[in-house]
Design a protein around this ligand. Structure first.
Ligand SMILES: Cc1cc2nc3c(=O)[nH]c(=O)nc-3n(C[C@H](O)[C@H](O)[C@H](O)COP(=O)(O)O)c2cc1C
Length: 322
């Protein structure tokens, strides 16, 4: 297998699989050929209830793609990316070609180093404000990948968005298929996918932002007074744009990690179509909302497992061309 022949590829794949994904579903396959890594959407891992159109799965693959790019750069190689390289195979999202030697920039080194340190932290954050310098850095990270990060710091915007999160959360609480899927991906054992119960957060005492994967045991906790909530948007919502949104999401999360911040997601308003449309209207002409997260200074949380790279990588089989 090409994997065993190239330490750079193996290292890049170890970074790729650390990407976040809804319910830790890890909806990716990596097909290898000499000097190329194809990022393929694993259609068997699309979440039918919360992500029927595979938007979040494409975001996850986009995040894995950014990790690949950064790990390759940090290993001292250039990489070129072609999105959806084969028109008649939409599950093939990207082809990464390794090029010649490259001297990694300071930013590439720092973001690559942040990959194994990033995880979703669903616990309360402290009340320490996120400085302007860091807010600017995460906005810039999104822009670098063609997205926009809207920080909800205008009066009323946070409350209105929190209201949409609560409404969508309520819809999902009453949706039997959604609840079944959530239970199916919640893990009590030592599986290498799904969300282990220990990664859940406490119930929020104020209830402003309802979390997913709430620990049923334990008292509700007071969350930070003034949460920093951000919505990542794209100018359009085509599948390729969703992959790019995933790169942007991951660049934001890694930039935040590098600055000492924690993050957790609130996808409820994105997953309910009508609520997503309301969120889009609320943000004015900011584009199509792709993901919502809370940023802040957290106490240490826990990392979740991943499938080994041998389980998600295979050699590319060249089709015979007549
Ligand atoms: C598109 C997307 C949507 C997500 N939505 C939620 C969410 O609504 N609530 C939540 O707690 N985590 C959410 N997550 C985080 C995943 O549960 C998490 O990435 C996964 O369990 C792996 O854990 P890690 O992020 O700690 O590595 C989402 C992740 C992605 C990529």
């Amino acid at each position: 297998m090409f994997l065993t022949r190239s330490p750079v590829v193996a290292e890049a794949l170890r970074a790729a699989v650390r990407a976040p994904s809804p319910h830790n579903s890890q909806p990716w396959i990596f097909e290898l050929a000499p000097d190329t890594i194809d990022v393929v959407l694993d259609e068997s891992r699309i979440l039918g209830a919360c992500d029927p159109e595979a938007r979040e799965a494409r975001l996850s693959c986009g995040a894995a793609l950014l990790n690949l790019r950064l790990a390759i750069a940090a290993a001292g190689r250039i990489s070129e990316v072609e999105l959806t390289p084969e028109r008649d195979r939409p599950a093939l999202l990207a082809r990464v070609t390794l090029g010649p030697h490259h001297r990694p920039t300071a930013s590439e080194r720092r973001l690559a180093a942040a990959i194994p340190r990033r995880y979703s932290n669903r616990r309360p954050f402290t009340n320490e404000p996120v400085p302007l310098r860091v807010r600017t850095a995460v906005r810039e990270a999104a822009r670098e990948e063609g997205a926009r990060l809207v920080l909800l710091d205008e009066a009323g915007l946070l409350e209105a968005t929190a209201g949409l999160i609560r409404r969508a959360d309520h819809v999902q609480a009453l949706d039997a298929a959604f609840q079944r899927e959530l239970r199916a991906w919640t893990r009590r054992g030592a599986e290498d996918d799904g969300v282990p119960v220990y990664a859940g957060g406490p119930r929020s005492a104020g209830g402003l932002l309802p979390g997913r994967y709430v620990k049923e045991d334990g008292a509700p906790r007071v969350f930070e007074q003034d949460p920093v909530v951000a919505v990542l948007t794209m100018p359009n919502d085509a599948p390729m744009s969703q992959v790019r949104a995933g790169c942007a999401m991951q660049r934001v999360l890694l930039t935040a990690t590098d600055a000492g911040l924690s993050a957790s997601f609130y996808s409820q308003p994105i997953e309910i179509t009508a609520v997503r449309a309301e969120l889009r209207d609320l943000l004015g002409d900011s584009g199509h909302p792709q993901t919502v997260f809370r940023l802040g200074y957290g106490s240490p949380g826990v990392k979740t497992p991943r499938r080994p790279i041998e389980a998600v990588a295979r050699d590319r089989i060249e089709e015979e061309r007549p």
